[in-house]
Design a protein around this ligand. Structure first.
Ligand SMILES: Cc1cc2nc3c(=O)[nH]c(=O)nc-3n(C[C@H](O)[C@H](O)[C@H](O)COP(=O)(O)OP(=O)(O)OC[C@H]3O[C@@H](n4cnc5c(N)ncnc54)[C@H](O)[C@@H]3O)c2cc1C
Length: 402
């Protein structure tokens, strides 16, 4: 790689790695600085929508993912008592995408694919244990400061992309706000080898309940037969240790699908959920993408997918700016497109999706179910719902912004 990269990317999460790969493939030298000593492996996102698969396909990532991922052409919205309210068939929009399904693959199985593709690029480098702590900029360059095993180091580049997650240091140094709110409930995720499919659950299902709603995802795990991730709410007043206790997790699992004997639990954790969007995604030579720019609850799987859409949109425009094919106004277009759809679409629909699951009153619940059944009653209604839930509508909206 050239001594001075043209772009420094902070963060080797999925968004940082994909941004770097898409830049490197466009002949832009790039250096990724990652605070951790290696790629992170905790259980996070794992559902990919058709536009994300289309965007990653030219880099060979989508084919690589399909070797172990699970295609999910049908998914359900259910009620704990009533059972299936609607079942959506994504193949109904097969005329609009070569990938008419949701694809399930753990995020920590995507990042090694991205990392190995990046390693093949002579103009790209990833440095682990390099924590970005600050940056400064002038008219011609950005200087990034990082804490490294060898002490504090400085890196010059033309541009800095902050893909350093929800607590982004780059965003804080840019001085932009991160407006929004944190949900009072935390989310508990548990994974089990118990198979729900024989009980009629599709490989992705959302189960409404005024108290213990849940969301379910069949994931590849270490290989067939895979495992199920189940997500539950944790009440604001509930103690974290008590919520994670064997007894409580067993109570939650038995609550929506009773079975003889206890559930085998392979993993469990709790995390906080936010709805926030940065007040700007750009400050001069610094740009934000992925969780550094926006956070949302995971119902509907818009977070990582939105980050993937940021990465490709930004790399396409930034590479043109680097090559002198356009001015920095292109980067403002990136912000207009991606920030607008995050506000109008990701925030709006992720909140709507979660509210649908947690509705407390009988009247609210009835209204939600009626709306869903009405949407599913006609082919046009089903297609419209699928356009939104698969994020095709958001990508079209972003592309329409000039
Ligand atoms: C605990 C948790 C659970 C989640 N569960 C779900 C889920 O169930 N479903 C869903 O759809 N989404 C989920 N998400 C959201 C989803 O994982 C994110 O949208 C996705 O990870 C965004 O990718 P990213 O690359 O923008 O950020 P990240 O994946 O957070 O990557 C950021 C990277 O930057 C690094 N970094 C941080 N600070 C610095 C620094 N100063 N310098 C250098 N490197 C730095 C981090 O170590 C990390 O590797 C979850 C998120 C979290 C945090």
């Amino acid at each position: 790689m050239a001594k001075t990269p043209r772009v420094v990317v902070a963060g080797a999460g999925p968004v940082g790695l994909l941004t770097a790969l898409a830049l490197a493939k466009r002949d832009i030298s790039v250096l990724v600085l990652e605070a951790e000593p290696g790629l992170t492996v905790d259980l996070r996102a794992g559902t990919y929508h058709p536009p994300s698969l289309e965007m990653m396909a030219p880099y060979g990532i989508t084919d690589e993912m399909h070797k172990t991922a699970i295609p999910v052409p049908r998914w359900q919205i259910r009620d704990r008592k009533e059972g299936v309210i609607v079942e959506w068939d994504v193949t109904l929009i097969k005329d609009l995408t070569p990938y008419p399904y949701r694809l399930h693959l753990e995020q920590h199985r995507l990042t090694p694919i991205l990392h190995s593709k990046l390693a093949e690029c002579p103009n790209a480098e990833v440095r682990f244990s390099h924590e970005v702590t600050d940056f400064s900029q002038d008219a011609g360059k950005v200087t990034v400061t990082a804490r490294t095993p060898g002490g504090v180091e400085k890196f010059d580049a033309e541009w800095l992309v902050g893909a350093d997650g929800g607590r982004s240091t780059v965003r804080k140094c840019m001085g932009v706000g991160f407006e929004g709110y944190t949900w009072p409930e935390r989310f508990l995720v548990a994974s089990t080898t118990y198979d729900y499919e024989p009980h009629g659950y599709t490989l992705n299902a959302y189960v409404a309940d005024p108290v213990d709603w849940n969301a379910m995802f069949k994931m590849p795990g270490d290989g067939p037969p895979g495992m199920w991730r189940v997500l539950f709410p944790v009440a604001p007043e509930e103690d974290e240790m008590a919520a994670l206790s064997e007894r409580n997790v067993e109570r939650l699992m038995q609550g929506f699908q009773p079975k003889a004997g206890s559930y085998p639990i392979m993993y469990k954790s709790i995390y906080k959920v936010h709805q926030r969007v940065a007040s700007d995604f750009r400050a001069g030579r610094a740009l934000l993408a992925g969780d550094a720019a926006h956070l949302n609850n995971p119902i509907g799987a818009f977070g990582l997918n939105g980050g993937i859409h940021d990465a490709i949109n930004l790399a396409e425009k930034l590479s043109r700016v680097c090559r002198g094919e356009g001015d920095a106004g292109l980067l403002d277009l990136y912000v207009r497109q991606r920030r607008t759809v995050n506000l109008e679409y990701v925030q709006e629909y992720s909140v709507r999706n979660l509210k649908r699951l947690i509705a407390k009153t009988e009247a609210e619940r009835r209204q939600n179910f009626e709306e869903l059944r009405e949407a599913a009653a006609t082919v046009e209604g089903r297609r419209n719902f699928l356009l939104v839930s698969s994020m095709i509508a958001s990508v079209r909206r972003a592309n329409a912004i000039t």
